[in-house]
Design a protein around this ligand. Structure first.
Ligand code: KG4
Ligand code: ZN
Length: 341
């Protein structure tokens, strides 16, 4: 089955063609980071307009790269939510218009299900069941993934998402948006232990997270250091922040594996690209004998490949989820545990 995937939930337009026999045939992405940078964050209206500009050229690109013509496509999958309503509407509108014009079935996909399943695109994919650590700009969750569509929340953030904490810390340190990679790079120059920040909820006894206190701790340190803060102090602070965030994420992931009685951990979402987090999880996996799986770095952040894959897996199992009714809705808020099976 050949599925076209369209992702447009936030600031990346992603298109991909995934074939259940041959794997990922092509994927193309346009990131709006440069456009939003001068505003210090995503401007929803600009995001929607840019998706409109990019989506069809990217479609031509993936079809040319895969040497695929529309008759060969079996279904179209699009991100139906959660995300920015206007941005989602672009992908949903284009997916349904193409499906109507080409007489193909269409399926709406939950963005986080795409992230959760994205490690299955790797050369050595993990088997079900596994624990997934979902760490993105909008979400921080530990899930038990029993099978496609069977997801149980083990723990989640009570306030800021991990990516949001990286982004806000970056802002406080005067780094560019999006802050995750910039904070990570700066932390490499900092001295471990020079500034020690709190590890929120490390010993809470459950699998929930809280990152807003950590962000406030960064703010307090920035104020303490004053306006003349030097590069070294900034790097030490970035290091303190990253070490605290990583320790909490690693420790709760270990606890989640224990609670679920599983030995496979999958990491997904933008923060899954973080070098220090990967180092921390790899070290823990070696010590405690569990395996840890990551999507390719290029597929950690938002992309169309994970949406095409999720669509293909769903349609293979539940062919009746294919819709030929091209009146569409989007779901800016959508709980992952309520998905249809
Ligand atoms: O999954 P994603 O692309 O979009 C959402 O669905 O939110 O995640 C974006 C988030 C941003 O907060 C960004 O700062 C963070 O992932 N991020 C990182 C890194 N790369 C992206 N955070 C830490 N280290 C990175 N290398
Ligand atoms: Zn995402």
């Amino acid at each position: 089955m050949l599925v076209l995937g369209i992702e447009s939930s936030c600031d990346e337009t992603g298109l991909a063609l995934y074939d259940t026999e041959r794997g990922l045939l092509a994927h193309a992405l346009h990131s709006q980071i440069a456009m939003h940078r001068e505003y210090g964050g995503v401007v929803p209206e600009l995001a929607s307009r840019d998706h409109i500009r990019r989506v069809l050229p990217l479609l031509s690109e993936v079809m040319a790269e895969a040497q695929v013509q529309s008759p060969a496509i079996d279904a179209i999958a699009f991100t139906q939510g959660p995300g920015l309503a206007g941005a989602l509407l672009v992908g949903a509108g284009v997916a349904n218009a193409l499906a109507l014009a080409w007489n193909k079935p269409v399926i709406g996909i939950h963005h986080l299900e795409g992230h959760l399943l994205s490690p299955l695109l790797a050369d050595a994919p993990p088997a079900f069941p596994f624990v997934a650590l979902l760490v993105s700009g909008g979400h921080t969750q530990l899930m038990r993934v029993t099978d496609v569509g069977v997801y149980e929340t083990l723990g989640e953030t009570l306030d800021d998402a991990a990516g949001e904490a990286f982004d806000k810390t970056a802002k406080l340190l005067g780094l560019d948006y999006p802050g995750g990679p910039a904070v990570s790079r700066l932390a490499e120059l900092g001295t471990p232990g020079a500034i020690v920040l709190p590890r929120p909820m490390l010993h809470s006894g459950d699998l929930d997270f809280s990152f807003s206190g950590l962000k406030t701790a960064v703010l307090t340190q920035v104020r303490k250091l004053g306006s003349t803060v030097g590069e070294k102090a900034k790097a030490d602070l970035a290091r303190g922040f990253v070490d605290a965030a990583v320790e909490v994420l690693v420790s709760k992931s270990i606890a989640a594996l224990k609670q679920a009685g599983l030995e496979r951990l999958v990491v997904a979402g933008g923060v899954g690209a973080n070098r220090q987090l990967r180092e921390g999880l790899n070290a823990a996996a070696k010590k405690r004998r569990f395996s840890v799986h990551y999507p390719d770095l290029a597929l950690c952040t938002d992309n169309g490949a994970m949406i095409a894959l999720a669509g293909a897996l769903r349609l293979a199992r539940w062919p009746d989820q294919a819709s030929h009714d091209y009146g569409f809705t989007v779901k800016p808020r959508w709980d992952l545990t309520t998905l249809a099976q």
